[in-house]
Design a protein around this ligand. Sequence first.
Ligand SMILES: [Cu+2]
Length: 160
Amino acid sequence: MRNLLVLLTVLLLAGGVQGDLEPQNDDPETVVISVDSTNLRFSPSQVTITEGDTVRFFWSGQALPHNAVEANGVFDSGEPARAVDYAYTFERGSNGTYDFVCEPHESMGMVGQITVEPAPPLVVEQAEQEEENTPFVSALGTVFSLFLAWAFVSRRQGNG
Ligand SMILES: [Cu+2]
């Protein structure tokens, strides 16, 4: 009986410290890519970000219409325009290199590259873990309480 109690307690504690080990970007950022004063270059044209970050293509009042189209169609800001506000988020697992062009001005060198680095392994605070595992812990806690009640009742019955 006591061994079973100990085992259940260990299971309960183990459930509490079990963490989410998937990589995660704890601090997602948005990097803005605009058009520089030459009207024929992205600015910046090369960026390095982390999975979970967002790239925002943003310009307005341009002399020429521009767009941003990824080489494999991963993202596409649409028709070239003098004002664009288009954001694309690189989700978990999207690490790699992404080349993009401004279609009307690709031949003039209006191209860019986004490097997406893998998100670091997740390190969560103890408090967050407890929050994440609350449904599991409370379910196990309920079972544990029921078991204690049953143990109490059956011991009373056993002792007469
Ligand atoms: Cu352009």
